[in-house]
Design a binder for this molecule. Structure first.
Ligand code: 6PG
Length: 475
C-alpha cells in the first residue's frame, strides 16, 4: 500500500488527527470510518490532504505499507474492542495498532497482552488537546513496546505540539502507561477547572462583579504565574453573552457538570493505589454534586449563615483568591505526580516524571506556564519525593498560604462551597503535620478489631488487651 499511516474513526478528533498527519512532510494517510459516508465527506472536503480512503477494513489494510500502522480514534470501551478485532482480522503480525482514544488503562494492558500473543504491536496512546490540538499539535502520551515506538515515535513527533523546541511526546512506559498518564492528566484537568470555578464563584459572590468584569480579572491573571490555557478560556467563556437573552452565557448554562469518566478513573485508581488525590477527588465529586438535581432540590430548605457576604477590600480579596488558586493548583499537580509515581511502581513502568511534565507544557488542556517550573523541579531532583516541597513550590506555598487560609475561612463563613480550595489546604496541612490523629485511629482499630499498631519508640506490631487487663502484648 501507499499510505504509511492510517486513521480509523473519523469523528472530529479522528478527522483532525488525520488532517494533522496528512499535513506533515512524508505522510500519506489512509482513512476509514465504519459508515463510509463520513470517509467520503472528509476526503472531499480536504482534497489537498491526499487521503487514501478505504470502504472496508480489507481495503484499509491493503492501502497501508508494512509494518502497517493504524491509529484508532473511536469511542473507548466496546467500540474500541470491536474495531481492534476487525483490524486484527486483516492485519498481520508485526503491524502496529494504536489506540488514541481515552481508554481505561487496565483495558489497554489487557488488549496489549492479547494482541502481543498474536504477534501484533498494540500501543495505547493518550492524546490531549481537544479538537484544536488534534489538528494543530496535541500533547501525546504513548505506552506500548519499544519496538512499536521505533516506527511510531517519528510519526507522533511530527504531529505533536512543540514546547521550547521539544515535541510534546515521550514514550512514557510500556503497555498501559500512556493511558495511565493521560488519565491522571484528566484528573488534574478536573481539579484545575474546579479550582478556577471556585475562584470565579467567590469573586462574584464576594464583590458582585459581573462575569464580564471577572473575565478581565482572569485575563489579567493569565499574564502572570497562572498563565494557562484553562485560565485563558475561562475569560472567553465569562465574556460570552447569550444571543437569545442578552444575559451572560454562564448564567443561562444549566449548572450541572458532566463527566465522561476519566476523572472518576483517576480517583478510583488512586483509591486502589492508596494515593491521596483529595483535590482531584473533590473536583470530581463537585461535578457529581452539581448533577444531583433531586438532592439539591431537597437541600434548598437547609439554612446557611445569617450574615451576608461582603468583602471589605475587593482588590485584596481578589489577590487572596488568586493566591489560593495558585496554591491549590500546586497541590493538584503534586497529587497527580504522586499518582503517576505510585502507578509506575505498581505496574512496573519506568516513567520519567520530568519528561511527563515537559510533554504537558504545550498542546494539552492543562498546558500552563507553571509546567516549566515543574519541569525545572524534576530537572533539579530526578528522585523528587514531593513536588509541592520542591524549593520553588515550597516558596510559592509559603508566600500564599496566609491568603489561602483567609479565602477558605471567608468561603466557609459565607457558606460558599469551596471543596477543592479547602480540601487542597487540608492536604497541605495534613502532610505538613508533625503528628496526625491517625494514631488515634490506629488505637480504635486495635480496640475493636485487634488490628495492631506500631510504636514510635521501637520496632514491631503491638496489641493492647482491651477487653482484658489492658496490658500491651507484642503481636
Ligand atoms: C483532553 C481532554 C479530552 C476530553 C475530556 C473531557 O485532554 O483533550 O481531557 O480528553 O475533553 O475527556 O472529559 P469530561 O467529559 O469527563 O469532562
Amino acid at each position: 500500500g501507499a499510505a504509511n499511516i492510517g486513521v480509523v474513526g473519523l469523528a472530529v478528533m479522528g478527522a483532525n488527527l488525520a488532517r494533522n498527519l496528512a499535513s506533515r512532510e512524508g505522510n500519506t494517510v489512509a482513512v476509514f470510518n465504519r459508515s463510509h459516508g463520513r470517509t467520503e465527506a472528509l476526503v472531499n472536503e480536504f482534497p489537498e490532504a491526499g487521503f487514501v480512503p478505504a470502504a472496508t477494513y480489507a481495503e484499509f489494510a491493503a492501502s497501508l505499507s508494512r509494518p502497517r500502522t493504524a491509529i484508532l480514534m473511536v469511542q473507548a470501551g466496546a467500540a474500541t474492542d470491536a474495531t481492534i478485532d476487525a483490524l486484527a482480522e486483516v492485519f498481520e503480525p508485526g503491524d502496529i495498532i494504536v489506540d488514541g482514544g481515552n481508554a481505561y488503562f487496565p483495558d489497554t494492558i489487557r488488549r496489549e497482552r492479547a494482541l502481543r500473543e498474536r504477534g501484533f504491536n498494540f500501543v495505547g496512546v493518550g492524546i490531549s488537546g481537544g479538537e484544536e490540538g488534534a489538528l494543530n499539535g496535541p500533547s501525546i502520551m504513548p505506552g506500548g513496546s519499544d519496538e512499536a515506538w521505533t516506527t511510531l515515535g517519528p510519526i507522533l513527533e511530527s504531529i505533536a505540539a512543540v514546547a521550547e523546541g521539544e515535541p510534546c511526546v515521550t514514550h512514557v512506559g510500556h503497555d498501559g502507561a500512556g493511558h495511565f498518564v493521560k488519565m491522571v492528566h484528566n484528573g488534574i484537568e478536573y481539579a484545575d477547572m474546579q479550582l478556577i470555578a471556585e475562584a470565579y464563584d467567590l469573586i462574584r459572590r464576594g464583590t458582585g462583579k459581573s462575569p464580564a468584569e471577572i473575565a478581565e480579572i482572569f485575563a489579567e491573571w493569565n499574564t502572570g504565574e497562572l498563565e494557562s490555557y484553562l485560565v485563558e478560556i475561562t475569560a472567553e467563556v465569562l465574556r460570552q453573552v447569550d444571543a437569545e437573552t442578552g444575559a451572560p452565557l454562564v448564567d443561562v448554562i444549566l449548572d450541572q457538570a458532566g463527566a465522561k469518566g476519566t476523572g472518576a478513573w483517576t480517583v478510583q485508581t488512586a483509591l486502589s493505589l492508596g494515593v491521596p488525590v483529595s483535590g482531584i477527588a473533590e473536583a470530581t465529586f463537585a461535578r457529581s454534586l452539581s448533577s444531583q438535581a433531586a438532592q439539591r432540590q431537597a437541600a434548598q430548605a437547609l439554612p446557611g449563615p445569617d450574615e451576608s457576604f461582603t468583602v471589605a477590600d475587593e482588590a485584596a480579596f481578589i489577590e487572596d483568591v488568586r493566591q489560593a488558586l495558585y496554591a491549590s493548583k500546586i497541590v493538584a499537580y503534586s497529587q497527580g505526580f504522586d499518582e503517576i509515581r505510585a502507578g509506575a511502581a505498581e505496574y512496573n513502568w519506568n516513567i520519567d516524571l520530568g519528561a511527563v511534565s515537559r510533554l504537558w507544557r504545550a498542546g494539552c488542556i492543562i498546558r500552563a506556564q507553571f509546567l516549566n517550573r515543574i519541569a525545572d523541579a524534576f530537572a533539579d531532583d530526578e528522585a523528587l519525593t514531593l513536588l509541592m516541597a520542591a524549593p520553588y513550590f515550597a516558596d510559592a506555598l509559603a508566600n500564599s498560604q496566609s491568603a489561602w487560609r483567609r479565602v477558605v475561612i471567608a468561603a466557609t463563613q459565607a457558606g460558599i462551597p469551596s471543596p477543592a480550595f479547602s480540601s487542597s489546604l487540608a492536604y497541605y496541612d495534613g502532610l505538613r503535620a508533625d503528628r496526625l490523629p491517625a494514631a488515634l485511629v490506629q488505637g480504635q482499630r486495635d480496640f475493636f478489631g485487634a488490628h495492631t499498631y506500631r510504636r514510635v519508640d521501637r520496632e514491631g506490631s503491638f496489641h493492647t488487651l482491651w477487653s482484658g487487663d489492658r496490658t500491651e502484648i507484642q503481636a
